[in-house]
Design a protein around this ligand. Structure first.
Ligand code: NAD
Length: 378
């Protein structure tokens, strides 16, 4: 019987947990036993008692070295990685390019790592897609956060004291987070304009009630796998010129633009922010990959001299820990259910999901780009 361990997250600000009572029950149904570290669910409002009722035992850090399977949200520290027994399986977000020392330690210890951000974005793997489940929540929370910071209504209101015009929201990047932000801002009644370099999203934006800002696309912004490709500085300059007027009249700007494996493009320069209205709010959701706004600072909220509030919170999903944990836990359960036979994980590397998601296995780094980075770092 595989023993699963759910540790308490140690990273500052990480409120999520990698299993909830619902998924604990299902893991037990698969023939696994589950130990949850005491207080692991506290920040997601799940008591030890609730885990116990679902069939888990409540343990302590001993689980790190005992377990066959460890489920985590944030990447482990080197010290945590050192406690995992050889041959065990770790399922977690890994941000491998930022955690090469952790990857090295896990490889040395012969730990199989399934990195949640590597799950292929395919129809078959949709239920396992933690990037999407967390980005969607983050997009929703970005709008809610902007609405709380903004000193005005979002909807158009006709009141006894006269009419209030709707808030104007500009969203840059219409991937999973951006589209959820469009939907949320529309539900709150704002006028929403959206910029993306993938023409394919125009229809999706319009179906949500947003307006697509047309760009002079000489060539496609579509890269491999439906993602964006990196655009040249000339194009980005033209894009900024066009978007600049929309931004100058906006009450809220939410930026989510990312290019896989690259620094995020700068879409909002200092000059553009200077032209914005006092009291306007910018939420830079790409802040961890270098930021879409020239002025945003990681995990800081700043107010510029002209009164623009720029918020650069990296982990917005963690501000909704209950649903973030529920969805993430279901993503892990779905992956583990897919890979297991009779409660034991099987790795058929011919399988697209296993092959795509395995970061390390058998003492080697299986993920090509990470292996390259590690060679460069040696
Ligand atoms: P992402 O986080 O990598 O990027 C966010 C958005 O930024 C993208 O829409 C991208 O086009 C945009 N962008 C990049 N450069 C830009 C620029 N200069 N200006 C404006 N926008 C810019 O994206 P994501 O949310 O991970 O989604 C990427 C794609 O993957 C989407 O097409 C999504 O529908 C698709 N997807 C498919 C599945 C599936 O099939 N199971 C699951 C999830 C996502």
């Amino acid at each position: 019987m595989s023993r699963v361990f759910i540790p308490q997250e140690s990273q500052i600000g990480e409120t999520r947990v990698a299993a909830v009572p619902e998924t604990v029950k299902k893991l037990i149904d698969l023939g696994m036993s589950v130990m949850v570290e005491a207080d692991a669910g506290r920040r997601a409002h799940i008591t030890d008692e609730a885990y116990r009722k679902a069939g888990a035992t409540i343990g302590d850090a001993i689980g790190w070295s005992d377990a066959d399977l460890i489920f985590k949200v944030a990447p482990p520290t080197v010290e945590e990685a050192s406690r995992i027994k050889g041959g065990a399986v770790l399922v977690s977000f890994m941000a491998p390019h930022r955690n090469l020392d952790v990857v090295r330690r896990l490889t040395e210890r012969n730990v199989t790592v399934l990195a949640m951000e590597l799950i292929p974005r395919t129809t078959l793997a949709q239920t396992m897609d933690a990037l999407s489940s967390q980005a969607s929540l983050a997009g929703y929370k970005a709008v809610v956060l902007a609405a709380t910071r903004l000193g005005k209504y979002f909807p158009l209101l006709m009141t006894a004291a006269g009419t209030i015009p709707p808030a104007r929201v500009v969203i840059m990047g219409a991937g999973v987070a951006g589209l959820q932000a469009v939907a949320t801002a529309k539900r709150l009644g704002a006028v929403v304009e959206v910029s993306d370099i993938r023409q394919a999203v125009k229809e999706q934006i319009e179906s949500l009630g947003g307006r697509f800002i047309e760009l002079p696309m000489q060539e496609t912004g579509e890269g491999a796998g439906g993602y964006a490709r990196e655009m040249g500085e000339d194009f980005l300059r033209k894009q900024r010129e066009i978007v600049s007027n929309h931004v100058a009249h906006a009450d809220v700007v939410i930026t989510t633009a990312q290019v896989p494996g690259k620094k995020a493009p700068v879409l909002l320069t200092r000059d553009m922010v200077q032209r914005m209205r006092p009291g306007a709010v910018v939420i830079d959701m790409a802040v961890e990959s270098g930021g879409n706004c020239e002025l945003s600072k990681l995990d800081e909220e700043i107010v510029t001299e002209n009164g623009v509030n720029i918020i650069g919170i990296a982990n917005l999903a963690a501000t909704a820990p209950s649903d973030a944990s529920l969805l993430y836990s279901r993503n892990i359960l779905s992956l583990v259910s897919y890979l297991q036979k009779e409660g034991e994980l099987r790795f058929d590397m011919e399988d697209e999901i296993a092959d795509g998601t395995v970061l390390t296995r058998g003492g080697v780094v299986h993920h090509g780009p990470t292996a390259e980075l590690m060679k460069g770092a040696n």
